[in-house]
Design a binder for this molecule. Structure first.
Ligand SMILES: N[C@@H](CCC(=O)N[C@@H](CS)C(=O)NCC(=O)O)C(=O)O
Length: 238
């Protein structure tokens, strides 16, 4: 049995949950270091990730510290997915999985993140910025919808089974309600294939366990599900 991998995370942010869900799927032991957003740009975390963003991992089995969720997922797959549970062994499908992971880290996460920022956190209401990022989210969802719709059941991004490429999209798609300011159950309305694909993954024990852990860690930091301090109802009260 390998020694637990240390995962640095801040519970409200979606990116670390990509790493947790992959570790859960692979059954790799891990330990969480949960830190507050305001401590991300300070030591000791910046000694691990000079960019001050989560996730980051430290793997005592290989003496490797790594940051950037895409690099971490690729590492975990290479090092710990010895039975090809979340990947394929042939070069074509391997690289298609990497393509989707790269699209997720560069084309999904940043746009969803910016939309959330301009919707809730920016000091000025800038409708044109919110509109730009909301439109980009819809465009990204449209790309996923078209690709999934063209596949035969069960629909996955690559081949005929779930891989790390599919799982990588879950955390940000699950927070679409916050990014778009819509009810949780309506966040994927208009994208039926994405919705089914997303729900197939969020019903898995790996995601359920990850979200139970998130709830626990949010509670520990006095935060509600949406990241606001407990007791605050609207972002204007912050
Ligand atoms: N490209 C990075 C993005 C990481 C990222 O932005 N993480 C957010 C949490 S989801 C964060 O640390 N935000 C803190 C900040 O913006 O200061 C990755 O995929 O790991």
């Amino acid at each position: 049995m390998s020694k637990p991998i240390i995962v640095w995370l801040s519970p409200p942010g979606p990116n670390p949950w990509k790493v947790i869900v992959v570790l859960e799927e692979l059954g790799v032991p891990y330990e969480v270091k949960s830190i507050r957003f305001e401590d991300l740009k300070k030591a000791p975390f910046t000694d691990i990730n000079p960019n001050g963003r989560v996730p980051a991992i430290q793997d005592p089995n290989t003496d490797l510290a790594l940051w950037e969720s895409g690099a971490i997922v690729q590492y975990l797959i290479k090092q710990y997915d010895t039975k090809n549970l979340l990947q394929y062994s042939d070069v074509k499908q391997q690289n298609l999985c990497n393509q989707w992971l790269t699209f997720q880290v560069s084309g999904q996460g940043p746009y969803y993140g910016q939309c959330t920022w301009f919707t809730y956190l920016h000091h000025e209401k800038l409708p044109s910025a919110i509109e730009r990022y909301a439109n980009e989210i819809k465009r990204v969802l449209g790309v996923l919808e078209g690709v999934l719709a063209s596949k035969s059941e069960p629909q996955w991004l690559v081949g005929d089974r779930m891989t790390f490429a599919d799982l990588a999209f879950v955390p940000w798609n699950d927070r679409l309600d916050a990014a778009l300011g819509v009810p949780y159950d309506e966040k994927l309305d208009g994208f039926p294939h994405v919705k089914k694909w997303h729900e197939r993954m969020t019903q898995r024990p790996s995601w359920v366990k990850a979200m139970e852990l998130r709830a626990e860690l949010m509670d520990e930091q006095g935060l509600d599900w949406d990241g606001k301090p407990k007791g605050i109802k609207r972002s204007q009260e912050l």
